[in-house]
Design a protein. Sequence first.
Length: 230
Amino acid sequence: MVDAVAVADMGGPPGTVVAAGFQEQGRGRKPGHVWDSPAGKNLLFTIYLENIYFQDRPTLIPLAAGLAVARAVTDCCCVGACIRWPNDVLVNACKVCGILCVAKGSRLFAGIGINCNQTKFPEEFSGSVTSLCCATGRRVDRDGLFKAVLEQLYRCLMLPDPIPEIMRMLWIPEGDCLYVPESSQGEFNESIRPVCGKVLGIGKMGELLFLSAGAKTPLKVISGSIRAAT
């Protein structure tokens, strides 16, 4: 992400992709969260885009990117993938991809990390994170998947309305799940009590429709995260 911004600052054109075999400062959407990846195992890249897609609905961009990854993973790896609102892709209910979109004026940077051939993860992520290799028992052709993701990303960003396609691949647990809200400052705070309920779908602006336990009217959630109830 840092290098992609630098390339754009030097006059690099929209559509430029900066990829890395290893990163030292990988970060997630939540403050303090890192994206740890052993060298040469996974796909780590940022694509520099003009900030012209879904201009009246910018929250759709990470979902459209998730749709692109889910489609590419399903096609290339023959394994079912789904989108977890707002910016993850899951395989077998475990996170296999994270997406971080950052807007800088008229420029948009979409950072994508996909666990491909990594087979060991920190103990604290046990049961919540996986890789395509772990899920399929086969090594992943990273170059082939990389090309497929970029092709799908172009197609998804060109969709007049991506909501129907996103809904087809949206992670909707059969039972209850937990919505973890952000603080009033937009920061994640582990002391904030999660809300138990059900995911109903995605609204036209990309917001999550979430029905909390005992409620009759769904919440329209624009920030936060979703996780399985344990």
